[in-house]
Design a protein around this ligand. Structure first.
Ligand code: ZN
Length: 346
């Protein structure tokens, strides 16, 4: 198991980034910050001023997307002047690109999320566009996670709602894992599964608190996302966090395109349908997503009925090594349509 060594969550903790890094044991002289243009404007100066008194040389690298070419571009610029460690400051894109590059260069990496939108902030898994694998792959586990709740609270509500979609997904992901144990004789880690499931249950229980984007709500979501990421670290695979609902989301990205909803929004829709297949309380998933302001209908993320149906069918064959409820359901055009309709997604 490789786990994050230190996790710090709280209001204004970004000002102690320098001490955080030293506490983890990185007293190197060069840091590479990987971020997005908007985030750099929002939080860059606070990061810089945190290192004011330490004699470190920082370079800044802006990433536009989480594609293979962004990873290669970052790798090329870091190879010239290899940093002692990499700090990802941002949402999904910066964290994914930094994590993948840190893995390639075998350098430690610290995650500083600026939105609570997905569980990759603490897990070793990344989704990189344009690779031959249209699903998450293993990269570097963050050595540290620093989550500043005042910074996270500034992010749009839609991002936090998307994070909730990625969290309710753990209900169906862990059901799929149980199924793989029972029907496909796979290893099942009950501790990791319980931990992932717990981070979904807290969202189901507290959903009404989460709509009003207060600090309490942000803290619940970010803690749950970090716990889910740690569950993936413990399992050594994305199994506790990603099942058939993620396959649906990856199929949408692969077949229809990357700009239909956010990761957690697509995963949330997938969770409703896969919960129905698993015969668990799918209506509670809908209520929860509605309460946090996440989409529950395909049209809310501009997906048409035929696109949902073809993505459900493609999801079954996208990742042959991942046994899920889709292996049992064997959806065809008609049954996929009926599933989406009866789960009220279309
Ligand atoms: Zn996810």
């Amino acid at each position: 198991m490789e786990l994050p060594r230190k996790i710090l969550i709280g209001d204004g903790v970004i000002s102690s980034l320098s001490e955080f890094v030293q506490d983890i044991g990185y007293v190197g002289s060069t840091i590479a910050f990987v971020t997005g243009r908007t985030v750099k404007k929002r939080a860059g100066s606070e990061c810089k001023s945190s290192f004011k008194t330490s004699p470190v040389k920082a370079t800044w690298h802006i990433v536009a997307d989480s594609s293979v070419s962004s990873v290669l571009k970052l790798k090329r610029s870091l190879i010239k002047d290899i940093p002692d460690f990499i700090i990802a400051l941002g949402g999904g894109r910066a964290v994914d690109v930094a994590k993948m590059t840190a893995y390639h260069l075998n350098k430690p990496f610290i995650s500083v999320p600026t939105s609570a939108s997905h569980d990759g902030i603490a897990s070793p898994f990344v989704s990189i566009r344009g690779s031959n694998k249209p699903f998450s792959i293993k990269a570097k586990t963050p050595s540290g996670v620093l989550a500043d709740t005042s910074l996270l609270a500034e992010a749009p509500q839609r991002l936090m709602a998307s994070g909730c979609g990625d969290l309710v997904a753990k209900i169906t992901a862990t059901k799929d894992w149980e199924l793989a144990r029972d029907e496909n004789n796979e290893y099942f880690g009950s501790y990791a599964a319980n931990l992932a499931c717990m981070s979904a249950k807290i969202i189901l229980n507290e959903s009404n608190e989460l709509r009003t984007k207060n600090r309490y709500g942000i803290r619940i979501v970010v803690e749950a996302l970090i716990s889910a990421g740690v569950a993936a670290c413990i399992a050594g695979s994305s199994r506790p966090c990603s099942g058939s609902e993620h396959l649906f989301s990856h199929a949408v990205e692969y077949l229809v395109g990357p700009n239909y909803g956010l990761h957690g929004e697509r995963v949330g829709l997938g969770t409703i349908m896969m919960a129905k297949l698993h015969d668990v309380d799918w209506e509670l998933i809908i209520e929860t997503l509605e309460a946090v302001g996440a989409p529950t209908k395909a049209k809310q993320i501009n997906l048409s009925e035929p696109q949902v149906v073809s993505s459900l069918i493609a999801a079954q064959t996208l990742r042959p090594d991942r046994y899920t409820i889709l292996n049992r359901a064997k959806l065809d055009k008609r049954s996929a349509f009926e599933l989406a309709k009866s789960a009220k997604v279309i």
